[in-house]
Design a protein around this ligand. Structure first.
Ligand code: FAD
Ligand code: EPU
Length: 346
């Protein structure tokens, strides 16, 4: 593996903020990664990077940055009605989804157009339009960066939650970056069962004159909604939703509803005990939508979507983080609700 010194990460994070890696290497081969982990055993832990669409760099990275660029995808096993497929960590998520649809397999269509790479998908259990990758995941294969051993995690072992997994949580027993995810397996279906309940999917299909949708038609509808709703990182730096939607106990939600009548609330978890609030709505209510912070307003809340922080040009990671903290403060003061960042803050 060839390390490049003092490497700019500006093009490797979708916020487009300036940051440097003291050492940076592109990992294009599993064996080389294993060799490096064995040789590096007991030394410093790496920083694992995919497409950089869910990180905010507020400083340079001292740890060796490894960008997982492993490529490849294949059908592992055709089980008849269902098919087990595998993609390597560096595959672009959306291209992988399109590949599965091209094979006539459904299950990932609601997750169309999410930026980033396959290897990061299990980290926060990516989700959109009523589906989470956990529902389709058949296993995660990773290299233990402390000794180079290969380990397979069952979906249960990944302990997936809403925008969460053991890989994201980071605990003393399993610190972040311990496991470099190299391959992810999915069980997909030949028989399409549409999931159309979330948000505007039905309305979008109707507007397109689609009566009985195919998986491909759902993917296209989701992509169209996303293009309308979210700012494009290629045009204005961002990392998608900056905060998770807060989950509160049902009695807290009830009290909030009594005080703030119009507050959007959604059932969470299926047993009626928890309720999901809309972080975007909370942020809009405290007046941050479309607003930037001093001195130059370069770090701002998107005027298009209140949950998306944007780099209007030249914003530093520090300014974006200061903005995030100001929002957290105002939402906590007004609603007593804590907003938790979704991206990894470095
Ligand atoms: P990175 O940003 O590079 O990394 C994210 C985290 O994963 C980091 O902690 C990193 O250390 C770790 N990581 C990356 N690769 C590996 C690996 N191979 N092994 C171990 N750890 C690794 N997310 C959603 O869930 N739903 C959405 O609808 C959604 N929409 C978005 C829309 C926009 C416009 C943007 C910019 C982002 C959106 N996101 C969404 C967030 C983001 O796209 C996802 O979290 C995506 O999975 C991140 O992939 P990445 O390769 O860019 O990861
Ligand atoms: N809303 C506002 N103001 C806004 C935008 C939205 O008040 O400016 C309110 C509206 O009531 C709207 C509600 O928020 O109905 C929900 O908005 P949206 O459907 O856009 O969803 P979201 O909760 O903002 C979540 C995910 C997205 C995912 C979409 C679709 C989180 C943190 N975010 O956003 O994921 O694409 O649903 O499923 O769960 C991401 O994780 O980066 C991401 C983009």
């Amino acid at each position: 593996m060839r390390f490049l010194p003092d490497f700019s990460l500006a093009a490797f994070n979708t916020f487009g903020v300036a940051a440097q890696a003291r050492r940076f290497a592109l990992v294009a081969n599993e064996h080389t990664l294993i060799e490096w982990c064995v040789a590096n055993a007991g030394a410093e832990a790496p920083f694992l990077l995919g497409g950089g669409s869910n990180v905010l760099f507020t400083r340079d990275v001292e740890a060796p940055v490894l960008q997982l660029a492993l490529l490849g995808r294949r059908v592992v096993f055709d089980e008849g009605g269902t098919v087990l497929v595998e993609a390597m960590a560096g595959e672009r998520w959306h291209a992988f989804v399109e590949w599965t649809l091209g094979l006539g397999l459904s299950g990932l269509e609601n997750l169309s157009l999410i930026p980033g790479c396959v290897g990061a998908a299990p980290v926060q259990n990516i989700g959109a339009y009523g589906v989470e990758m956990a529902e389709r995941c058949a296993g995660v294969i990773a290299i233990d960066t402390t000794d180079g051993s290969v380990r397979e995690f069952s979906p249960r072992e990944c302990a997936f939650g809403y925008r969460d997994s053991i890989f994201k949580r980071g605990s003393a027993a399993l610190p972040r970056d311990r496991y470099a995810i190299t391959r992810v397996r999915f069980r997909l279906s030949r028989r399409f069962t549409p999931r159309l309940d979330y948000g505007d999917i039905r309305a979008e299909l109707d507007a397109r004159g689609v009566g009985t949708p195919t998986a491909q038609a759902v993917a296209e509808a989701v992509a169209a909604i996303r293009r309308r709703r979210l700012p494009d990182p290629a045009v204005q730096g961002n990392a998608g939703s900056f905060f998770k939607n807060p989950i509160v106990a049902a009695d807290v939600a009830q009290a909030l509803r009594e005080r703030f009548g119009a507050m959007p609330q959604y059932p969470h978890g299926g047993d009626g005990r928890e309720v999901k609030l809309s972080a975007a709505w909370l942020i809009e209510q405290v007046g941050w939508k479309g607003r930037g912070i001093h001195p130059d307003d370069a770090a701002a809340v998107s005027a298009q979507h209140a949950l998306v922080l944007v780099n209007r040009g030249g914003a530093t990671g520090g300014a974006l983080w200061a903005l995030a903290q100001a929002i957290q403060h105002d939402v906590a003061e007004r609603f007593g609700v804590t907003l938790e960042p979704e991206p990894r803050i470095v």
